[in-house]
Ligand binder design. Structure first.
Ligand SMILES: [Zn+2]
Length: 450
């Protein structure tokens, strides 16, 4: 059992997760105004796998990823789709679930919707008004930034460089341009609203997350995560709201870097693969997961067909490894190299969730075991892949080079029917495709040609 350390954006330091303490994790989920793209899938994958790793290390971890289903962008997109915004948000939420289900990593422990969390949101806003940290103005409610001394501590920005990015129309209602909306009065053209002490309206985006995090994990919890584009203003404002209300809130702030596309370099058809469902269809779920963990989570990650093909090739190498190896029991101790690599792999994950370092260890062990028999290697590789959501690669029947598999089956049939000329012909064709057919007592199998 290891002590897991995570880099905290707020202090800039590596922070240890104390053993024996529950680890509540809240990660900001998508705003459901369109199908999600690869960039939205990165925090989903990182936080699902981090939770899986923490549990395997004996931590009691709980992951909450919200869905923002009330938002300006949703009103606009629903109008474009000529659909009521509530229906539209429901449809996009179920698409989001379907698209992330296809990653095969399971679901977070809780997935609260903003539209179902209004009670807690209104309660938190009322607390802030009562304590002088917020004020009502024209049916809106704003957070009084000057009342929170530590404002800006997460993003380290000077107040003159801060822009809340709110619509110009609200400027006259604010005491200061730095203040941000907690509640917005109902406007003409918006087809949903909720009742509140300040009249009908809807919550602001930032207060939704403060309320949903606290409702699911309590007023103090271990990790708040999300993309680095959310540091300001979203997370800065979450801290201000919750701590002004006297709640300790998150102890560690964990941010993933952005997925960066060279969109102008991609043709239109290539550009489609930026949509998660398209990428999964084209490259398979394992390649998409392998791609998303191929860089350290804090770094930006370049995206394009080249990167996806590289991830797919790596995944295929792992599949081939299991085509060659038989999983099963063995007698005695595993090879010392297996023990050492497994340890390095786990330590890399414990050290600020360094997935590329961990993945390198998997590939090293595979290369070693491809050169010579390494006792215990296939089992260890399978176990390591499981922590990365890639255990299905140990079952070569799933996915892979289906054309070659079909040919192999055809060759078996030809041999059974004593049509050896046809069987040889197929063997030659497989050879041209880079496969060697190896007959064994367990039947024929495909082995990549050296
Ligand atoms: Zn959020």
């Amino acid at each position: 059992m290891r002590e897991v350390r995570i880099k905290d954006t707020l202090s800039g330091e590596l922070r240890t997760l104390p053993r024996g303490e529950p680890v509540g994790i809240y990660a900001c989920g998508p705003t459901v105004y369109s199908r999600i793209h690869i960039g939205n899938a990165r925090p989903f994958v990182i936080f699902m796998l981090l939770t899986r790793f923490l549990e395997s290390e004996g931590y009691e971890a709980t992951l909450v990823i919200n869905v923002t289903d009330i938002n300006d962008k949703i009103y606009e997109a629903a109008k474009d789709a000529s659909e009521p915004s509530e229906e539209f948000a429901k449809r996009m939420t179920s698409s989001y679930r379907q698209d992330t289900d296809a990653l095969g990593l399971g679901r977070p422990d809780a997935e609260p919707l903003a539209s179902e969390s209004i009670e807690g949101i209104v309660r938190l806003i009322s607390e802030l008004i009562d304590s002088g940290h917020a004020y009502e103005s024209g049916g809106d409610v704003y957070f009084r930034v000057s009342s929170f001394e530590d404002y800006g501590k997460l993003s380290n920005r000077r107040t003159e460089d801060m822009d809340q990015g709110e619509e110009a129309g609200s400027a006259s209602l604010k005491e200061s341009p730095l203040d941000f909306a907690l509640w917005k009065a109902h406007k003409e053209g918006e087809d949903t609203s909720w009742g509140s002490p300040w009249g009908p309206g809807r919550p602001g985006w930032h207060i939704e997350c403060s309320a949903m995090a606290e409702e699911n994990l309590g007023q103090s919890f271990a990790i708040h995560g999300g993309g680095s584009d959310l540091v300001f203003p979203h997370h800065e404002n979450e801290i201000a709201q919750s701590q002004a209300a006297g709640h300790p809130f998150a102890r560690i702030w964990m941010h993933n870097g952005m997925v960066e596309t060279a969109a102008e370099k991609m043709s239109k058809s290539e550009g489609n693969i930026f949509q998660l469902s398209e990428a999964v269809d084209r490259y398979g779920r394992e390649a998409v997961v392998a791609y998303l963990i191929s860089g350290h989570y804090r770094q930006p990650l370049a995206f394009g067909p080249g990167q996806m093909e590289q991830a797919a090739a790596g995944v295929e190498r792992l599949r081939n490894f299991f085509r060659l190896q038989f999983l099963g029991g063995w007698e005695g101790e595993p090879n010392p190299s297996v023990v050492e690599r497994r340890e390095t792999f786990l330590n890399a994950l414990a050290d600020d969730f360094n997935t590329p370092r961990a993945m390198a260890e998997v590939f090293e062990l595979v290369a070693e075991a491809n050169r010579e028999d390494v006792l215990g290697a296939p089992e260890a590789v399978k176990e390591m892949l499981k922590l990365l959501g890639l255990e299905s690669l140990a079952d070569p029947e799933q996915g892979g080079d289906t054309e070659a598999e079909a040919l192999l089956a055809e060759r078996e049939e030809a041999r059974a029917g004593k049509d050896f000329a046809r069987a040889d012909e197929i063997r030659d064709r497989l050879a041209a495709m880079g496969w060697e057919v190896r007959d064994s007592s367990e039947g024929a199998k495909l082995v990549p040609k050296a």
